[in-house]
Design a protein around this ligand. Structure first.
Ligand SMILES: O=P(O)(O)OP(=O)(O)OP(=O)(O)OC[C@H]1O[C@@H](n2cnc3c(O)ncnc32)[C@H](O)[C@@H]1O
Length: 176
């Protein structure tokens, strides 16, 4: 946990992402929606990481009194080497104006038809998950992870681990 004087700016108003930061750090972030600079539905690992980094930098620029900018981004990636499967993963980038770290949450297999549909374009994962779970705003709640695991893993859980990973180098003396 961080000292409660630390100010964290989070580049989104998404509730699952906000909750992840609160659980990971014990701090209520300043939430401010900023552009990710990437497509609404990132379909590669590189694009997803870039979206997280851009959000982290944009939010610290918008909230310069904060100690850290955090960018959280969800995206898909296709494993064309080992499993020939689509995976959903969640990234956190942490930026203090000098140092940049990225933490990646777990890779989670996604039904093949969903990956292929997203690859064709014209929709986003949240619309598909909303429809499958008969809800609105699944991306602010348990998300795809919650739907597929029956609530055993949530979107917030996955981002929590990514946030802890990205912030650890700023906290732990082992990285000095
Ligand atoms: O409000 P922001 O911060 O933009 O959050 P977001 O959920 O809309 O957007 P992301 O950029 O993190 O994710 C890219 C797309 O993938 C969707 N997505 C990612 N993970 C998801 C999950 O677990 N459940 C449902 N949709 C998900 C998301 O809603 C977007 O449509």
């Amino acid at each position: 946990m961080f000292d409660n004087k630390v100010r964290i700016a989070l580049g989104t108003n998404n509730q699952a992402k906000r909750a992840a930061v609160v659980v990971a750090t014990g701090i209520e972030p300043i939430c401010y929606s900023v552009p990710s600079g990437v497509s609404d539905q990132p379909m590669t690992e590189d694009e997803t990481i870039l979206g997280a980094i851009t959000r982290a930098k944009n939010v610290l620029a918008a909230e310069p009194e904060a100690d850290f900018g955090l960018g959280l981004e969800g995206g898909l990636t296709y494993d064309s080497i080992h499993t020939m499967q689509w995976y959903l993963f969640s990234v956190c980038a942490a930026w203090d104006g000098k140092r940049l770290y990225v933490g990646k949450g777990l890779y989670f297999p996604i039904p093949h038809e969903i990956g292929e549909k997203l690859l064709q374009g014209g929709t986003e994962l949240r619309h598909i998950i909303d429809e499958l779970s008969s809800t609105i705003g699944s991306n602010h709640k348990e998300g795809a992870y919650g739907l597929f695991t029956n609530g055993r893993i949530t979107r917030s859980d996955v981002f929590r681990d990514a946030v802890i990973a990205a912030l650890t180098p700023f906290q732990s003396t082992f990285y000095k």
